[in-house]
Design a protein around this ligand. Structure first.
Ligand code: NAI
Ligand code: MG
Length: 502
């Protein structure tokens, strides 16, 4: 596999429907390189009619795909992992181009993570089974079938475009569903390439379709579509609420992953250096555009000053720059709009808190891109916006605490519950904290790692439903009870309730 540092050129269309690229019938749309402001690709967006074509393709592919053997589906996914591996470098460069990710992050995390997910679901496709088969009534044999649901309509965000496409597509198709995925219009390119790779791996046309369109048009139409059986959405809580409301009108199954505000709790016995390194890496990963990123550090008062100093110094060592430079640690935010959103949060915070470092849009060569400095904030009240709201930028706020119970109460005190970490060398403290924190994932002495075998998904207003792992297959299957009479008796015993003793 060769690697280059060149920005790739996009030559294909903006839609992938029924096994082929095509253009949408909507407006012309520019995908922008957020590091430079240059146009990375120009595509035509999907209209409602294009979404209808994609749903029709998925609908007609469902019969064959849903009845393919688990071994056949697994084989296709195994070939997909190989195709992704062959194209890894192009995937990494395209992901960095459209999302502004440092190339080392795309190469070492996004792309290998996606290949590993694919290999995992190739195995999982063959491990699907019903839980029970037996004579629960003396007169019947019961069995449980786990069946695909139908056409899945999925809507993905722009922070990890390739991984989000993989998390949505893989469990859905491993279980025998077909899918129409709408990536974020800011970052559609690697989702389109993923669908192309599915075709090249031999998946039948129409099993995986990608429509690039705007949320309120293509996205909302997909959620409302009567032929779509389930909606899976990752994005903002505000849109998630609308998605759930729209899905209600056709009684669709809904799977929502809606952001977070992860606490990072440092107890007084923690390894301070490890906590400092972990807080900087955990808050700045993907420029902070990660729904599990460390955003609120609660630090025991005895370590507070040293922690704040250490984080400020370590943030100062992070190199901002061109995502295509292998030495770059932090690229731009995904867009100018996201840069403005993050800057506005920090500007509002200046009136009630203290910005210890960062808080600026860098100038010079970086002024062309959507860059933002790593930012550290202190002296913010627990109920302030900077502590409560999802910022989705390279911003960490640090708050002191005096005892463990207080720390855990503060950690749980937002509407979100996606992820959290606790830093301690005391196993009893760790056990207490991991039980008390209401979140879908709690790390002990680390923050961020994910693995294909383990579930990812929220508590509280971070949503519900699990991505990755065997648990995600529960989301994309429905359980059917089949009950066989064992007696072959004409007038069965329970018929007494109708016929009496006659
Ligand atoms: P968003 O929620 O608007 O976008 C996510 C996806 O939903 C995109 O594909 C978008 O086209 C689609 N969408 C938008 N409106 C829709 C509608 N009415 N019906 C169906 N689909 C729709 O997120 P946005 O505006 O790009 O970012 C705003 C904030 O949301 C961020 O600053 C961040 O706080 C949060 N966010 C959280 C994410 C997460 O991973 N949980 C990912 C992206 C954003
Ligand atoms: Mg939005």
């Amino acid at each position: 596999m060769s690697t280059t540092s060149e920005r790739p050129v996009w030559a294909a269309g903006g839609q992938f429907i029924d096994g082929a690229y095509r253009e949408g019938s909507g407006d012309s749309h520019q995908v922008v390189d957020p590091a430079t402001g240059a146009i990375a690709a120009t595509v035509r967006l999907a209209t409602a009619a294009d979404v209808d074509s994609a749903v029709a393709a998925a609908r007609s592919a469902f019969g064959e795909w849903s009845t393919a053997t688990p071994g056949a589906r697994s084989g296709a996914l195994t070939r997909l992992a190989a195709v992704l591996e062959e194209r890894a470098d192009l995937f990494a460069r395209t992901e960095s181009l459209q999302a502004g990710k440092p190339i080392k992050l795309s190469r070492e995390f996004d792309v290998p993570g996606t290949i590993d997910n694919t290999a995992f679901f190739a195995g999982a496709a063959r491990a699907l089974e019903g839980k029970a088969s037996g004579e629960y009534s003396g007169d019947h044999t019961s069995s449980v079938r786990r069946e695909p649901i139908g056409v899945i309509g999925s809507i993905a965000p722009w922070n990890y475009p390739l991984q989000m496409a993989a998390w949505k597509v893989l469990p859905a198709i491993a279980a025998g569903n077909t899918i129409v995925l709408k990536p974020a219009e800011l970052t559609p390119l690697t989702s389109l390439m993923f669908a192309e790779a599915c075709r090249d791996a031999g998946l039948p046309d129409g099993v995986v379709n990608v429509v690039t369109g705007r949320g309120p048009e293509a996205g909302a139409h997909l959620v409302a579509h009567p032929e779509v059986a389930m909606t899976s959405f990752t994005g903002s809580t505000a849109v998630g609420i609308q998605v759930m409301q729209t899905a209600a009108t056709t009684v669709k199954r809904v799977h929502l992953e809606l952001g977070g505000k992860a606490p990072f709790v440092v107890f007084d016995d923690a390894d301070l250096d490890a906590a400092i390194q972990g807080a900087v890496a955990g808050s700045l990963i993907n420029c902070g555009q990660d729904c599990t990123a460390a955003t609120r550090a609660y630090v025991h008062r005895s370590l507070y000053d040293a922690f704040v100093d250490g984080v400020a110094t370590t943030m100062g060592e992070v190199r901002l720059g061109d995502p295509f430079d292998p030495a770059t640690d932090q690229g731009p935010l995904v867009s100018r709009l996201q840069q403005q959103r993050v800057a506005a949060f920090v500007e509002r915070a200046r009136s009630y808190a203290k910005v210890v470092r960062g808080g600026q849009i860098p100038g010079g060569a970086l002024a062309e891109g959507a860059f933002y400095e790593p930012t550290l904030i202190v002296d913010a009240a627990q109920d302030s916006e900077i502590v409560q709201s999802e910022i989705f930028g390279p911003v960490l706020v640090v708050v002191p605490f005096d005892d463990d119970a207080e720390a855990l109460q503060l950690a749980n005190d937002t509407p979100y519950g996606l992820a959290a970490s606790v830093w301690t060398r005391d196993v009893y403290r760790a056990l207490d904290a991991t039980r008390a924190i209401k979140a879908g994932c709690v790390w002990v002495n680390d923050h961020i790692p994910i693995i294909s075998e383990m579930p990812h998904g929220g508590f509280k207003q971070s949503g519900f439903g699990k991505d990755m792992s065997q648990y995600s297959l529960d989301e994309y299957t429905q359980v059917k009870h089949v009950m066989y009479d064992l007696t072959a008796v004409v007038r069965k015993d329970w018929h007494r309730t109708i016929f009496g003793d006659r």
